[in-house]
Each structure stands twice: as structure tokens, then as C-alpha cells.
Write a protein that binds this ligand. Structure first.
Ligand code: GLN
Length: 478
């Protein structure tokens, strides 16, 4: 059969419509491919064919198009582990709204994507099961925490995957794996059935190899959901509609000066972002330097707020309701042992920090101050969007790094969120698109950032760039 691995959703749909490939052949192909590339560690599980076909609807915008779901999103009657021992053996008893909507459009949900434990990490190394490799450089990390989702899409195991983004977990791995990743406006995608990490920051996002495909999948999941009280009352819409390769005349693109000139940025990433800006300039956009003084406080304030919220959210894993339970007959001992054995080191460290920054005597110094900084960051973005239509920043400060490289440098790992976390703090959308490769063939990603609910604009501007370049057509030799 034809090689389907790196075809876009659009192309796969064409093959299905012409009858060249049947829906069963499609499924068999991608299940076999997952098996063939198991050693990538992208999937915690690939489901058997019959169980996937059981739910199949032959009509819909994603009919018979396979994809992976990050394993912190509930799929009815499937395991849900968040890549943690804490949830080993736990089965979801309902579908998350996003899963429900994808199934309604006919999508094949072929597996559970690997991830950093409870979505805490920037490299895919904190999974309690196994690490995920970067398909472009197998001894390097794919980025995280949606590591499996990004690796699966980059490796052609499926044309789309869902991830979640609390501080950068869709955009950073998208950047490091050379694919497209959207972190939507806070509240635009339902979180019903999504395991909470930082509730004021979490959003479900889409990973694909092209902007069009991303917009297509996003159109199925976005929009108001009565089951999620933090859901915005925004109707569903077709985000592929304005993708014509153009954008408005004199589009004002703001380049965050502190991001591009800062010393932490790898010179080759800077170079690729500058080249991408040249492409936009040649298309008629106006490039305007914008200063964002608060950028340097984003990661620190994210660090505190995310840990505080994680500590609260993860209190529910006590051995009583979900997954693992220690056998002790003493209640307190059972709680302690369950949490001791169930959580990995990264998760435990975050719970400790989270409880500390919320504790009496320290909350004022840490948590309250972080919230103040958050308000200033929001305001600075808002002011910036009075002057420009969109902002640009790199998606990651360094190219994919070696597995284990930051084992003894926690700060360097936490600083991976430097360019991504500010948007989660502000609740605004950002789209990471591939803009080239370093000399040693590692992908580079750039973010297009807009005001609340500007996803349509971001897709339009991202798509226009894609029509002038060919990065999105390149794939690893696999
Ligand atoms: N790297 C960040 C963290 O470890 C982001 C995680 C995420 O977005 N889920 O918290």
C-alpha cells in the first residue's frame, strides 16, 4: 500500500474519498506503523483495531483520520495514567468533551500518548513508564510535557494529536519536533474530562504537521461546553475558512525585543526567527520592535502559581478514589504510603513547593506577589496589542537537548518555560510553527501570539508563511 505516514489530513481525506484507501486499511496502516516505531516511546498504549472500530462513525470532518490523545485526557473505558504510577490500572468511565467531539467527527483515536508525569516537565523525561525520543535526533528529548503527542506526529505515527499546555507543553515540544502546535485562549476548549494540573493555566491544544490540519482539528474541539464552568460562551466555528495564503495589508508584527536580544537564546534559533520575519516582511507585514519588560518575570511567577495549583489539584490522589492504593490498615499511613509510592520525584517536589508558597507566613511573599506579577504581565500584553496585531517570540530557547543533560540543573529545565509561560499567565493564544533547522538538523519553532480569541488570525498568518516556505513538508527519516 501507498506510504501514508507523512501525508496531511487533507491528503488522507482525499485518498479515503476516492476509495483508494478504505477506513480499515487506514487504521491498520497506522497501527502497524506504531508497532514498527515502538522504541520511540511516543505511545503508552496503542489500542487494538476492533475496539477502535467499535466507536467508528463514517461521516464527519475527521472520518477515519487517526490521532493520539495525551494520557491526561479521559477516553471512556481506556486506561488513564497521566504517565504516573499513581494512576496505574485506573480506567476512565467517560469521554472528555474533546474526545467526544472528535469521535462525533469520525476520528480514529488510536492510542494514549506518553507525557511527563501529570504534565510536569519540559522534556518527556519524567514519565514513570519510559522516556520519549525526538524523532529528529534519537538521543535527544522531544520537549514536553506533551512529548508523546509531538513525537507521534513528527514521526508520522498519526497526522494529529492532542496535548495540554499549562506553561508551554504544546508549543515547546512542537518547536523541538518541527511541527505545528496551538495553545488556545483560556476557556475556548472544554476541560471536562481533562486531569487538572494548574487550573488557571491549563488548556488542551492541537499538534499537527501543517497549519491547515491544525485548524481543522481545532474546529472540532473548540467552543462552549456546558459541562465545563470555565468554558467561554463562544460558538463552534470553522477555523480553516480564512486560510487563503494572505493576510491583511500592513499587518503589524511586534517582535519582543527582550526575547530576541536576551542572552539565554541560542544563536541559531535567533537566526531562524529573524529569517522568518524577513519572509513576513517580504509579504508586506510591518515588523515593529516591542519591549516587554515583564518577560523576565514570567517563568518565575509561573513557577509559583503552577506549583500552588498543582499542590491543590493533586490532593485528590490519596488512594481512596483513583488508581493505586497502599495496603496499610491505618488511614494516615495509607494516604502517606500511597502518595509516597505513587508520585515520582518531580511531582513530589512540586507538591512540596506548592504547599510552601501557599502556607501561612509565606503566601504573601510568594503566591500573592506572583499573582501581582501576573496582572502586570496581562496588562503589558494588552498594551502591546494596542500597537501591533500579533507578537512573535521563539518557542524554545535551545534546540532539542540530550536526554539527561539537565538532570543536575533544575533551573535550566525550569527556564524552558521562559518564552511560553507568559501566555498561559495572560490566557492568550499562541501558535508555534516550524521555521527551520539548526546546522545539526534540529527543528526550530517560532510562536505567533495574539490577543484573546485571535486563533483565526494566528492560523491565517501561520498558513500564509507555510505557503512561502517548505519546513512543514520535511520529516525525519523513519
Ligand atoms: N514545562 C512546564 C512545567 O513543567 C509546562 C508544563 C505544561 O505546560 N504542562 O510546568
Amino acid at each position: 500500500m501507498k506510504d501514508l505516514a507523512f501525508l496531511t489530513i487533507k491528503e488522507l481525506k482525499g485518498l479515503l474519498e476516492s476509495g483508494e484507501v478504505s477506513h480499515e486499511q487506514m487504521l491498520s496502516y497506522f497501527i502497524a506503523r506504531a508497532e514498527q516505531h515502538k522504541e520511540l516511546g511516543a505511545a503508552l498504549e496503542t489500542f487494538d483495531k476492533e475496539s477502535i472500530l467499535k466507536d467508528f462513525k463514517s461521516l464527519g470532518s475527521l472520518a477515519a483520520i487517526p490521532g493520539y490523545i495525551k494520557d491526561n485526557i479521559s477516553q471512556n473505558n481506556r486506561n488513564l495514567t497521566c504517565a504516573s504510577k499513581m494512576l496505574e490500572g485506573f480506567k476512565s468511565v467517560y469521554d472528555a468533551t474533546v474526545v467526544d467531539r472528535l469521535k462525533a467527527e469520525g476520528a480514529f483515536l488510536v492510542g494514549r500518548a506518553n507525557m511527563d508525569e501529570f504534565a510536569m516537565g519540559s522534556s518527556g523525561e519524567t514519565s514513570a513508564y519510559f522516556k520519549t525520543q525526538n524523532p529528529w535526533a534519537r538521543d535527544c528529548v522531544p520537549g514536553g510535557s506533551s512529548s508523546g503527542s509531538a513525537a507521534a506526529v513528527a514521526a508520522g505515527l498519526a497526522p494529529w494529536a492532542l496535548g495540554t499546555d499549562t506553561g508551554g507543553s504544546v508549543r515547546q515540544p512542537a518547536g523541538m519536533c518541527g511541527i505545528v502546535g496551538l495553545k488556545p485562549t483560556y476557556g475556548l476548549v472544554s476541560r471536562y474530562g481533562v486531569v487538572a494540573y494548574g487550573s488557571s493555566l491549563d488548556q488542551v491544544g492541537v499538534l499537527t504537521r501543517s497549519v491547515y490540519d491544525n485548524a481543522l482539528v481545532f474546529s472540532t474541539i473548540a467552543g462552549h461546553d456546558l459541562k465545563d464552568s470555565s468554558s467561554l460562551s463562544v460558538e463552534k466555528k470553522d477555523y480553516t475558512q480564512n486560510l487563503d495564503g494572505e493576510f491583511k495589508k500592513d499587518l503589524r508584527i511586534g517582535v519582543v525585543t527582550e526575547a530576541l536580544e536576551g542572552e539565554g537564546l541560542h544563536p541559531e534559533i535567533k537566526e531562524k526567527v529573524q529569517e522568518a520575519l524577513k519572509v513576513y516582511e517580504s509579504m508586506g507585514a510591518k515588523i515593529i520592535p516591542v519591549s516587554m519588560k515583564t518577560l523576565q518575570y514570567g517563568a518565575a511567577s509561573y513557577f509559583i502559581i503552577s506549583r500552588a495549583e498543582a499542590a491543590s489539584n493533586l490532593a485528590r490522589f490519596d488512594g481512596v478514589r483513583y488508581g493505586t492504593r497502599n495496603k496499610s490498615r491505618d488511614l494516615n499511613e495509607m494516604y502517606q504510603n500511597t502518595r509516597h509510592d505513587g508520585f515520582g520525584a518531580e511531582v513530589k517536589a512540586r507538591i512540596l513547593v506548592g504547599n510552601y508558597v501557599l502556607s501561612v507566613g509565606h503566601a504573601g511573599e510568594f503566591y500573592d506577589n506572583a499573582q501581582r506579577v501576573r496582572r502586570v504581565i496581562r496588562k503589558e500584553f494588552k498594551d502591546a496589542f494596542d500597537k501591533v496585531d500579533i507578537l512573535v517570540m521563539p518557542s524554545h530557547s535551545v534546540p532539542a537537548f540530550k536526554v539527561g543533560e539537565y538532570d543536575n540543573d533544575k533551573l535550566a529545565m525550569d527556564l524552558q518555560d521562559y518564552f511560553t509561560a507568559p501566555m498561559n499567565l495572560a490566557g492568550i493564544p499562541a501558535l508555534s510553527i516550524p521555521v527551520g533547522f539548526t546546522k545539526d538538523k534540529k527543528p526550530v519553532g517560532m510562536q505567533l501570539i495574539g490577543p484573546h480569541l485571535s486563533e483565526g488570525l494566528l492560523y491565517q498568518v501561520g498558513y500564509a508563511y507555510e505557503q512561502k516556505t517548505s519546513w512543514h513538508t520535511m520529516h525525519p527519516e523513519l
